[in-house]
Design a protein around this ligand. Structure first.
Ligand SMILES: [Zn+2]
Length: 221
């Protein structure tokens, strides 16, 4: 009889305490988020594409986010203290050119690149891009992309998170770690994927088919 009372009370207290949506998501087996590593790459505006290559970009391969693709063209980045060759160009053209590097890459070039969301390039440092045949000088646009998760509205509802919210993500690597300030980006055209750079991937020993799990909220939207 006594035990039944204790069990009942514990059950009621546990029910009242509840779980946050993120905890529920983490507890469910659907919680795993595929992690994709973003290597250094550039997005180019129409004008810079013309300066560098003379004609339109050449589509090679679709990327995970619908409409985004890898191009055949490559560029060299020239900074104050170093050069990086064979940098990927992603299409389609964007209104402003943007260079996305890891902090290690930025150090090699001698550029103090800030961590920013893609597209937020106002006041960032510039760099020089060259191809075999052309050259484009960017006054600004060099960033270290803020780690983020692309998801559909359905995924956002499932995880109990919203657009621009910053979440904590446990990384299931050989050196497990929790990344904070991971920006949730919700769009009906997005496919579920977390994007981090190679510095971040190496820091937690991530391999192929890496997964992350939302375990908390760093900051509300
Ligand atoms: Zn992304």
């Amino acid at each position: 009889m006594q035990q039944t009372i204790v069990e009942d009370i514990i059950k009621k207290v546990m029910d009242q305490m509840g779980e946050t949506p993120a905890e529920k998501a983490a507890a469910s087996c659907d919680a795993a988020i595929p992690v994709e590593l973003s290597g250094r790459h550039v997005h180019l505006c129409e004008e810079d594409i013309k300066e560098l290559f003379g004609g339109p970009l050449t589509h090679v391969k679709e990327l995970s986010q619908p409409g985004q693709y890898l191009c055949k063209e490559r560029v060299r980045l020239i900074g104050p203290s170093g050069v990086i060759d064979n940098v990927a160009v992603l299409g389609p053209a964007r209104p402003k050119s943007q260079v996305e590097l890891s902090l290690t890459d930025a150090r090699i070039l001698g550029i103090k690149a800030p961590v920013r969301q893609s597209g937020d390039v106002a006041g960032t440092p510039g760099v020089v891009l060259t191809s075999g045949s052309g050259l484009a000088g960017l006054e600004e646009g060099v960033i270290v992309a803020a780690r983020h998760i692309h998801m559909s509205p359905g995924d956002a509802a499932r995880f109990g998170v919203s657009d621009n919210q910053k979440v904590d993500v446990h990384m299931d690597g050989s050196r497990p770690a929790v990344f904070k300030d991971v920006i949730v980006r919700v769009n009906k055209d997005f496919r579920l994927a977390m994007h981090i750079d190679f510095d971040e991937a190496n820091s937690c020993g991530l391999g192929k088919n890496a997964r992350g799990r939302i375990v908390g909220v760093t900051q509300e939207a």
